[in-house]
Structure formats: C-alpha cells, structure tokens
Design a protein around this ligand. Structure first.
Ligand SMILES: *Cc1c(COP(=O)(O)O)cnc(C)c1O
Length: 352
C-alpha cells in the first residue's frame, strides 16, 4: 500500500557516494575538497548561529554581492541555490518544455531530474574517447545541458565549440555545469552578456571547501534569473540558510586560501596521473579534482572492492560504458601516496 502519487512510483532516485567515518576510510569518492575551510569561515558561521531565530536573507546579499564582483557580473545575473543541484532542479522543472539533451556519460542527476519532472530526454552518446561533439546536438530540439569539464570523465570541451553552438542555436537554452571549472579550465561566465541563451551553473562544493553548506549558483541574463526566482519564490524563498550564507560570504574573502588549495589539488592530480600511468592505468586527461582510470588487467569492480577492503573509498559506476573505470577524487598528497601504494599491491597480486 502506498500513498505516493502514481507518477512517482517508478522513480529511480540519485545514488550519492557514501559518507563514511574518516577515522577509518580515506575518502576519495565524492569529489569533495580534502581541505577544511579557512578558520575565518568557521568563525563567520559561528557568529551567524547567534541569529538563527531570524529567517535567512532572501536576497543572499552576503554571498551575491562579493560573488557578482568576483565573477564580473551584475547581481541581477546571479541566482543562489541550495547546492547547484537545486539550481539544476529548477532548470529541469521550468526550462525544458521542448525537452532536454545531454550525453550518455555525465552527471547522474540530469537523468534523475528528467524523470522527476517528466521531461523528454534525448541522450547523445559521447564519442569513443568520451569526448563530446556538440554538432551532434544540432538536429535535436530544446535545452542542452552538459558538465564542462564533464563528470565523471574530467574531459574539457573547448570554449570555441560551445560558442559556435550558442551562435547557431539562439532559441535553445544551453546550460554549462561548471562544477569543476576552477581546477584549471576556462569559465563561460564572462560570455553571458554576449549569449542570451547561455546559462552557467557553479558550486561552492568542490573548489571552495563547502560541500556541506549546500551552496550553488547560476549565472545568466536577467530575464532568466527573474524566471528562476519566480519558481524559487513559489517553492522555497529561504532556500539558502543563514549559516550557509555566512560561510559563502566568508569563503569569498578567502580567495587566496581557496586558490592555494586549488593549485595544490592540480599539482597532486598531475602527480597522481603519472603514478597511475606507471602502474599501467589508462586514463582521461581529467581537468577536474578527480581522476578517471581503468586498468587493462584488473576489472573496475575488483579494484573498487579491493580498495574498499584497504579502507580507501573511490567511486565505481555499474554502467555500461564505464564499468571498468574508477573515479578517484584527488585527495591530499599523503592520501594519494597511500592510494598508489595499495593499488601497486592489488595489481601485483592479480597479475603474478
Ligand atoms: C558535484 C556536482 C554538482 C552538485 O554540486 P552541489 O553544488 O554540491 O549540489 C553538480 N554538477 C556536477 C557535474 C557535479 O559534479
């Protein structure tokens, strides 16, 4: 017996990566930042806690003002959400009347939201090397969404190709999910005045150490933002709570700290790529804070379970094209050294 509406009874929800005891596990499974936020961020949250009797600021000024400045956009071109997942949710709910197109290998929530809002989806397989060919979306209709760099492959699509598509399809909304852009690739944000059909989504979860605060944003033309706010004020005007607002405001005053950790992550990523290659792994040239790798002699599932037995948690997707791959978040240098040591042993055991 269920009280759930009929149309939701077949819904397959998103499967988040596990949250585990970090005293036990090295956690490389959800692309979080391995470093804690700067002390001033923790301080700001603690001060904001004193005013928890009041509702949060619906304009999210504390974040919107410095973020607009940092991105070089107007505040009216900015939308703040409870994680970028919420921003994406509004997009799928409200901007997909003619359907939505996205690649077969990409962020899992796109399919989940399509199902939730019963949006017609057009799934376009990535090429054999997992690269995305936008011209394959030319003949489709409606909104297009992709992550750039893509997840979980880490592959970056050059800006010129996106611009060309935007120019040729002014009547189609193009959503670029830039969750991982801060890790060394170029953002499209500066182009939103030029392309009215461009919407860029970003997050504080990956590069800004605030996954637990649930703070994401979208950047687009003012009409689009006003429309998003129409949806937001019809559902939950106080979508960003005051502790997260305080954290977000404070983290934007700590850009030097954030940048330093980003540089460290990029350095460790490139070090890890070389080590994985030395162990015989085949991998994409990931531009995110994660690696995407498979071993020619050891199955993805076997690697995943063996690592887990050694208290290292990575992400393995039981999906057709990527079954042999692991997605490994770039942790600290120390964590990655441990990973490489354990992988060395696993591979030796299997291949002797
Ligand atoms: C992590 C991730 C998100 C979600 O980020 P939140 O802001 O934590 O909701 C969105 N898109 C992609 C591609 C991601 O990897």
């Amino acid at each position: 017996m269920t009280f759930l509406n009929h149309k939701y009874q077949e819904l397959t929800p998103y499967t988040p990566g596990e949250q585990v005891d970090e005293q036990v596990y090295i956690k490389l499974n959800t692309n979080e930042n391995p470093y804690p936020p700067a002390p001033s961020v923790q301080q700001a949250v603690s001060e904001a806690a004193q005013k928890l009797n009041r509702y949060s600021d619906i304009a999210v000024e504390t974040v919107a003002k410095p973020l607009a400045h940092y991105l070089g956009v107007k505040q009216e071109q900015l939308f703040l959400g409870n994680g970028s997942d919420e921003v994406l949710s509004y997009l799928f709910q409200g901007f997909t009347e003619k359907g939505i197109a996205f690649p077969d290998v990409t962020y899992g929530f796109y399919q989940v939201y399509s199902n939730l809002y019963q949006v017609e989806t057009q799934i376009v397989p990535l090429k054999k090397d997992f690269s995305l060919e936008l011209s394959e979306y030319d003949e489709l209709k409606g909104t297009v969404i992709f992550a750039n760099p893509n997840a979980p492959t880490g592959i970056y699509l050059a800006q010129e190709e996106i611009c060309e598509f935007l120019t040729h399809h002014p009547d189609r909304l193009v959503v670029v999910d830039e969750a991982y852009t801060d890790f060394g690739s170029q953002s499209m944000v500066s182009l939103i005045d030029q392309y009215k059909n461009l919407f860029v989504v970003g997050t504080f979860s990956k590069s800004r150490q605030l996954a637990g605060a649930r703070l994401g944003f979208g950047v687009g033309n003012t009409e689009l933002i006003a429309d998003l706010n129409r949806l937001r004020f019809s559902l939950n005007p106080y979508n960003v709570n005051s502790l997260s607002q305080a954290a977000g405001g404070a983290v934007l005053q700590e850009q030097a700290y954030v940048d330093q950790k980003i540089q460290e992550t990029i350095r460790v990523r490139e070090w890890s790529k070389k080590e994985l290659a030395r162990l015989g792994f085949e991998q994409t040239d990931s531009q995110g804070n994660f690696l995407f790798a498979k071993h020619p002699k050891v199955a993805g599932e076997k690697l995943f379970t063996s690592l887990r037995e050694n208290n290292i948690l990575v992400r393995w997707f039981d999906q057709p094209r990527i079954k042999e791959y692991l997605r490994i978040t770039v942790g600290t240098q120390e964590q990655m050294e441990r990973l490489i040591n354990v992988l060395t042993t696993i591979i030796e055991e299997v291949t002797v």
